[in-house]
Ligand binder design. Structure first.
Ligand code: UGA
Ligand code: MN
Length: 239
């Protein structure tokens, strides 16, 4: 089965390094189709160049966040993930969907596991929240609850990186709301998912194979000050 790896992304100084690192992981994976969904009105050239160089099958689409969410505490990556969902509903009839953010770190072992997803599979995500891990709780091979530090009320308390979905289980009703913290849960609810349908992976959710890594934000140098300092150095004149 093909894995459709959906990555929302947006322009910032860390974008190219994040996508380069992710590209170099995905290039080790057989039968993968990378859907990169740009949070802009046009597909960016920086992103397109990285995609082309992977040699992987890919789709590059763009759908910017609605104007009301600009500069506020917004739900990240929703408009672009929604665009990827519509693309999948129109173009893919089998395979497995995985939402892989551009900054996460993923063990190659996970791909072999999610490829076998029949409906919805779940597994732990490391380096997340106040508990250090977010994971389904498994008893006798069945998911019976969730261990996740975010207190919001949810049926499925999981991170975006903690589940995969078989495309055949992607209902036309599948959707993701613009509600920060509830994107995953509401999406899974929109599929009509039941607790007993969940397939626990990663040795019954006892291993961490994906991490919610975060890159420290690059701070813009205060150029004006730097240039002023440089002007005091004689050698600068010869640059
Ligand atoms: C967490 C979850 O892991 C995300 O899946 C979820 O979308 C997000 O919270 C949320 O609910 O806001 P976090 O690490 O806090 O992720 O967020 P980011 O990594 O900053 O963003 C998640 C994804 O959305 C990334 O792939 C990022 O490139 C993308 N994004 C972020 C956009 O497309 N547009 C933005 O303006 C910001
Ligand atoms: Mn992130």
């Amino acid at each position: 089965k093909m894995i459709y790896y959906v990555t929302p992304t947006y322009p910032r100084p860390e974008q190219v390094p994040e996508l380069t690192r992710l590209a170099h992981t995905l290039m080790h994976v057989p039968k993968i189709h990378w859907i990169v969904a740009d949070d802009q009105s046009l597909c960016s050239k920086d992103v397109a160049d990285i995609l082309r160089r992977t040699g992987l099958p890919y789709t590059h689409i763009s759908s910017p966040k609605p104007y009301i969410y600009k500069g506020t505490n917004f739900p990240r990556g929703v408009a672009n993930r929604r665009a990827a969902l519509s693309w999948l509903q129109e173009n893919a009839d089998d395979g497995v969907l995985y939402f892989g953010d551009d900054d996460n770190t993923i063990d190659l072992q996970l791909f072999g596991e999610i490829r076998l997803t029949k409906k919805v599979s779940m597994f732990p995500v490391g380096l997340i929240g106040d508990y250090g891990v977010s994971s389904p709780v498994v008893k006798d091979g069945k998911v019976v609850g969730f261990f996740d530090s975010w207190p919001g009320s949810r049926m499925f308390a999981v991170d975006m990186a903690g589940f995969a979905v078989n495309i055949e289980f992607l209902k036309p009703s599948a959707n993701m709301p613009y509600i920060a913290g509830h994107e995953e849960d509401r999406f899974l609810v929109s599929l009509g998912l039941k607790l007993e349908d969940i397939e626990p992976l990663a040795a019954n959710c006892s291993k961490v194979l994906v991490w919610h890594t975060k890159t420290v934000k690059y701070k813009k140098p205060t150029l004006r000050v730097d240039i002023k300092k440089l002007e005091d150095v004689t050698a600068y004149k010869y640059f």
